[in-house]
Design a binder for this molecule. Structure first.
Ligand code: CA
Length: 537
């Protein structure tokens, strides 16, 4: 399983030979041909990176969603490329963002979890390299790395998780509150920067990063009644019993059945009088709204809550009801994201910028939409591991391109550098996706991916684990409990029954362990408990 990967490494070294660490690039490396590039077909491309938070592939129609339509995200895929096997390296918000910026796994860039240690913004990032090469750089929306962005000519970011209604934005000049709905505002601000805030003589990088559809899934005014009176199809595993898997699947705290805040998460109000946390969380979101916003909200949600109280549900019926409340609000948030992707696409088209712009839509990791009875992410299981990735670049990517190679978020930074014509430093762990987008690289790509999740004990209580995924198999090691899981994704795509102990799979398990050892060495991950010292090797 290793030969392709080794070949990849040589290629990266060759491409990166002689390059300084990319944070150290100076304007001397800038383009000699920057002038007048707006709308031109020559010169370095503009890059628009639209990045949402917690948008699972299962809720994108281009990826075969059974539950919603996303016509504008689909348009990027249809007019460009869709990556069918795009994976995260550590499926949680801040770490994924740090990986995207650096092209390095969490154990190298240092941001291993969402907790207090901030991302070290002094390290090299792709946006700093682009800025150093003459790009105008802007970061608008959800930054989520606790400290101020670095390497941007312009930034305007949501503090922390940000708010859905009347969000605050932090800028170098201070904080301001903007009235309205966050997904619309992040786009308004992005379009304003494109139109008025940049030097049209220079190429640009715009990172337009949405809060949505992150918890607590508050829909905007345009889509509050979407799916009213409809039932969204349930996932087959909504009532999963977690048999056939190691103990962490049973011991998590992210189930629809037991771990929602009914008011804050599901908008079932008023909050129960004995649920102080729920009351406080709900009050913090509801009280931000203007009286007009509250009146609209109440007119939509109060009838639902009256009907819920009258139904007096319990047990599995209550789980099914909670699923409907959750998934509809989640999808309503996505409807706004998709509308706003359309606004960016329309602007690029109308101004002629589209011709020389690489536009990418992605999200920081996958998410559970009721599969296995869950919401949230964190796991190396498929729903959480997969990241959407669609890209359009007229003249470079053929419309309708489908890529099946296994990619990861370590590949984004080298892709942006490559798109801009910049060298890829040797210490970047990912690889440029441009050759895959252009259909000119079919050999020597990686045939396995590495994953490592750290945040435990913590909210949702998902055990630490690392693992390897190949085209067909997945091996997961919960190294603190000494447990393993192995899934045959061909025969068990929903990962319901580990074959780790199955006699027919012992050779496969041993090969996967060898590959996992190799990947940990190759990516220089010395964190977690080494495989050799764990039991059951
Ligand atoms: Ca996230």
């Amino acid at each position: 399983m290793s030969k392709g990967r080794d070949m990849d490494r040589r290629e990266v070294v060759r491409i990166g030979a002689g390059a300084a660490a990319f944070g150290a690039m100076t304007p001397l490396l800038g383009f000699p041909f920057l002038g007048g590039c707006q709308g031109a077909e020559e010169g370095p491309p503009n890059i628009v990176f639209i990045f949402s938070d917690d948008h699972a592939c299962q809720a994108i129609s281009a990826y075969g969603s059974r539950i919603n339509q996303t016509p504008n995200i689909d348009r990027i895929a249809r007019e460009g490329a869709i990556f069918q096997n795009s994976f995260c390296s550590n499926s949680i918000c801040a770490p994924s963002r740090a990986v995207v910026l650096t092209g390095k796994f969490s154990h190298i860039n240092g941001k291993i979890d969402n907790r207090a240690d901030p991302f070290d913004t002094s390290q090299p990032t792709f946006n700093k390299a682009l800025q150093g090469a003459g790009y105008q750089t802007a970061m608008i929306g959800k930054w989520h790395l606790r400290n101020d962005p670095e390497g941007f000519d312009y930034w305007k970011v949501l503090p922390g998780q940000g708010h859905y209604y009347n969000p605050d934005f932090r800028t170098p000049a201070g904080t301001e509150r903007i009235e309205g709905y966050v997904t619309d505002i992040v786009t308004d601000q992005s379009l304003d920067w494109l139109e008025n805030g940049r030097d049209p003589e220079k190429p640009f990088l715009l990172m337009c990063q949405h809060k949505a559809p992150h918890r607590s899934w508050m829909p905007g005014p345009d889509h509050m009644r979407l799916f009213e009176g409809e039932d969204i199809p349930e996932p087959e595993t909504l009532l999963d019993d977690y048999q056939g898997r190691a103990s962490p699947a049973s011991n998590q705290e992210m189930s629809i059945r037991d771990h929602f805040f009914p008011a804050y998460d599901l908008k079932i109000t008023p909050p129960a009088s004995d649920a102080e946390s729920d009351q406080n969380l709900w009050a913090a979101t509801y009280d931000r709204m203007t009286p007009e916003q509250q009146a609209l909200w109440d007119s939509v949600y109060e009838p639902r809550n009256v009907a819920f109280a009258e139904a007096d549900l319990s047990g599995d019926d209550l789980v099914r009801y909670y699923y409907q409340r959750y998934i509809k609000d989640y999808l309503r948030c996505i409807a706004s994201v998709d509308d706003n992707v359309g606004r960016i696409l329309d602007y690029l088209d109308q101004t002629g910028l589209a011709e020389n712009t690489l536009i990418i839509y992605s999200s920081d990791q996958g998410f559970y939409l009721g599969e296995h009875g869950w919401y949230d992410k964190r796991w190396m299981y498929e729903e959480s591991l997969r990241m959407p990735f669609v890209a359009r670049w007229p003249g470079r990517i053929d419309p309708g391109t489908e890529v099946s190679h296994m990619i990861q978020n370590i590949d984004y930074a080298p892709t942006f550098l490559d798109a801009a014509g910049l060298p890829i430093p040797e210490d970047i762990q990912g690889e440029s996706l441009i050759p895959l987008m252009e259909g000119r690289r079919n050999n020597g790509w990686r045939d396995s991916i590495y994953y490592h999740y750290y945040e435990f004990p913590a909210v949702h209580m998902v055990a630490k684990h690392y693992g390897v995924r190949t085209e067909r198999y997945k091996l997961i090691h919960y190294y603190e409990t000494g447990e393993w899981e192995c899934f045959d994704l061909e025969t068990d795509p929903q990962e319901l029954s580990s074959v780790y102990d199955h006699p027919d799979y012992q050779e496969v398990v041993e090969q996967l362990k060898q590959e996992l050892r190799r990947l940990r060495e190759f990516y220089e991950d010395e964190t977690g408990i080494p495989i050799s010292s764990a039991n059951t090797v």
